[in-house]
Ligand binder design. Structure first.
Ligand SMILES: O=P(O)(O)OC[C@H]1O[C@H](O[C@H]2O[C@H](CO)[C@@H](O)[C@H](O)[C@H]2O)[C@H](O)[C@@H](O)[C@@H]1O
Length: 373
């Protein structure tokens, strides 16, 4: 049996003779700075799904400060990130003459946030809308969920899918020269050549291991749940009593120390462990833009819609590209790189339907002008 030492040379976890971490963790009292780190994670996680209140007075539970937001704050924020519905004409004008491509997050964007992640269904109306979007524009889903799980919900073979925060992409083979060498060739359900791009594939067995340890260690916390999102272990806090949050997050901290090849990210009431590689939703977006043959800024107008912290990487990518439209789905003010906002999946659906109608009216105009479409 070996002992793993952290950067501060403190014993944190036991390893077996073959170097694999054992399920039992050593109970060590949390040092002050370690506690502060965990509190920081929880505060960041909390700020992804902040509660609304009339007073806006911040709360403190178990030493974790909870930022409360008011309608007033939202109204000031929305001036800086105006509604994409109110700005629709402007957005459409920017896109005029360019190929629009649509990139969508899943949870909180196409489906409402619910307590049970297995019940985060999208409505049939939303599915029909997304299907029509895909009939008019190249369309992809970029999600933290595992790719097969999100496909179960969306069930539209005409889309491209990037699961595990972009670490598991099934995309078109055409035009992705920069990445092709790493990709596996495959065929989609329509027989088209596609590329499977999994930049963290060597982490697969490690992620299996980490997910089972996390599942085991979180068992003692009622309401805790772990999603094995293939290249990401997602620990849910939504149904866990706030009294237990600190201790549950400490389990993540212990695990993170034992697996320095992983990194931590926060989302809506989730902490996630994923391979510490330079890859995220923003990189997946770049990959898809190139793979779809859409990298000429004078010809293309990408639109990305998402609701969570992990979508900020994609918003930043679009900001760098310049020619684009980024939309955060939120009913509260949040720090964001997105230019526009929408309040909820209903507004997302309305925005997408307007895109389809606009494209339809353009087609009629072009036909009347005798242009070949
Ligand atoms: O990138 P996304 O498509 O937004 O996926 C991120 C996570 O989504 C799911 O969790 C979130 O939605 C749940 C259902 O509404 C909600 O209960 C949870 O609090 C949210 O964080 C999914 O379960 C996670 O595995 C994804 O990482």
């Amino acid at each position: 049996m070996t002992t793993l030492r952290s950067g501060t040379s403190r014993k944190v976890s036991l390893l077996s003779s073959n170097g694999a971490p054992l399920l039992a963790s050593v109970a060590v009292p949390m040092q002050k700075n370690e506690k502060e780190q965990v509190k920081g994670w929880l505060e960041a996680m909390q700020s992804s799904s902040p509660p609304r209140s009339l007073s806006g007075i911040d709360d403190e539970k178990n030493g974790i400060s909870i930022k409360k937001l008011t309608k007033d704050q939202y109204e000031k924020w929305v001036v800086k990130h105006p509604s994409a519905l109110h700005m629709f004409e402007t957005i459409y004008k920017q896109a005029r003459g360019k190929q629009i491509a649509v990139f969508l997050d899943y949870d909180g964007t196409l489906s409402p946030i619910v307590e049970d992640p297995d019940c985060a269904y999208m409505s049939n109306e939303m599915r029909t809308t997304v299907k029509e979007v895909a009939a008019n524009f190249p369309t992809a889903i970029i999600t933290g969920r595992r790719r097969d799980k999100v496909y179960e919900f969306v069930h539209l073979p005409e889309l491209y899918y990037a699961g595990s925060h972009g670490m598991d992409i099934m995309g078109p083979a055409k035009g992705c020269n920069g990445y092709k060498a790493d990709g596996l060739q495959a065929k989609d359900s329509k027989g088209n050549e596609v590329v499977l791009f999994q930049p963290a594939s060597e982490y697969l067995s490690l992620m299996d291991e980490v997910c089972s340890i996390l599942k085991e260690r979180s068992k003692k916390f009622p309401g805790a749940r772990v999603d094995h999102n293939k290249y990401c272990a997602t620990l849910h806090f939504r149904c866990v009593s706030e009294e237990d949050w600190l201790a549950l997050a400490q389990e993540v901290q212990t695990l993170l120390k034992a697996y320095p090849e992983l990194t931590l990210t926060q989302g809506r009431k989730v902490l996630e462990l994923r391979p510490a590689i330079e890859w995220h939703k923003g990189k997946a977006l770049e990959f898809l833009i190139e793979a779809l043959g859409l990298s000429d800024p004078s010809k293309v107008f990408p639109i990305y819609i998402g609701d969570d912290r992990t979508d900020e990487d994609a918003f930043q990518t679009l900001k760098k590209l310049g020619f684009s439209c980024s939309i955060l789905v939120s009913t509260v003010s949040k720090d964001t790189c997105a230019a526009y906002s929408l309040q909820d999946p209903f507004e997302v659906m309305e925005f997408l339907q307007r895109l389809i109608r606009m494209k339809g009216s353009q087609k009629i105009y072009m036909c009347n002008q005798g242009s070949i479409l």
